[in-house]
Design a protein around this ligand. Structure first.
Ligand code: AG3
Length: 275
């Protein structure tokens, strides 16, 4: 059978992947959830018809949304992950020795359940003793904790539907208050090619709230345009001032000490967004 999954990455552009079979489909209280097995990327998590992660390319995104910030902080102990129900972000965070606790706040418990069942390679650390899972709205959690976390990672879906509030200045303000004095915030912030205006606005908001705002890039083949952005807000540490000798040796396939620094080198069209 000739079965294809299509995501409209913009209203005029589509990515299509040949499907071996559909493993799971459900309508949760928040979104439509599917896990499909694709020929090119292996098992793929799809929410509201948008590709979230795949077995083949997930390492790029999950390593980059975690290790750049974790290695920027001198001693991260308490980490909050908002979203990222598949568990890939949490899996990377627990690779760091200094971590004592990871609170994982995901609004949709069904994503966690589906990931545990169909994406064990990604969700494998969800049962780790240092991980506490809270099925709740990240916005609420952040508001009710002050000066608590060393690092807050926002691993959200696109800024529509359940994740919209996770891209607002009011939320970044609450994140700032929820972090310790030398805390760091990092979020996935979409495609520089297709979401330039959004990236620009987020950068302005974060730069207005944190002493330091930085953007870095990575290449995620299944995301619109491939080139993907992450925005960091930091109260004290600068990712570009990190001592290479202190970068922990980790088992990674995209992140490395060289990538730590090179991911902040931006093409002029992206630099333009940050002016
Ligand atoms: N978070 C989704 C990133 C956005 C992808 N957007 C898209 N394909 N249009 C990834 C969750 C992985 N833990």
């Amino acid at each position: 059978m000739d079965l294809w999954f299509e995501e409209y990455q913009t209203k005029d552009m589509v990515i299509a992947c040949r499907v071996r079979r559909t493993l799971h489909e459900e309508k949760t209280p928040f979104q439509n959830l599917a896990v499909i097995d694709t020929v090119e990327f292996g098992r793929m998590l799809v929410l509201d018809n948008v590709i979230q992660t795949t077995i083949r390319d997930e390492f790029v995104y999950h390593e980059m949304i975690t290790h750049v910030a974790l290695n920027t902080h001198q001693k991260p102990v308490n980490v909050l992950v908002i979203g990222g129900g598949d568990g890939g972000t949490v899996r990377e965070v627990v690779k760091h020795q200094s971590i004592e606790k990871v609170v994982h706040c995901e609004i949709d418990g069904s994503v966690i359940e589906a990931a545990k069942k169909y994406l064990p390679e990604i969700s494998c650390a969800l049962e780790h003793p240092k991980v506490e899972i809270i099925v709740d709205d990240g916005i609420k959690h952040v508001r009710s904790h002050k000066s608590h976390y060393d690092l807050i990672i926002v691993d959200s879906t696109d800024p529509v539907g359940p994740a919209e509030g996770l891209f607002s200045a009011a939320f970044y303000q609450d994140i700032h208050a929820c972090l310790t004095d030398d805390g760091i915030f990092v979020a996935q912030t979409e495609s520089p090619f297709f979401n330039g205006e959004l990236i620009k606005r987020i950068h302005q908001d974060v730069a207005g709230i944190f002493p330091l705002a930085r953007l870095f890039l990575a290449n995620v083949p299944t995301y619109p345009g491939g080139l993907w952005s992450f925005t960091m807000g930091s109260k004290k540490y600068d990712p570009l001032e990190v001592d290479r000798a202190n970068i922990a040796k980790l088992d990674t396939r995209y992140y490395s000490p060289d990538i730590h620094f090179s991911s902040f080198v931006l093409p002029p069209f992206v630099q333009e967004l940050l002016k």
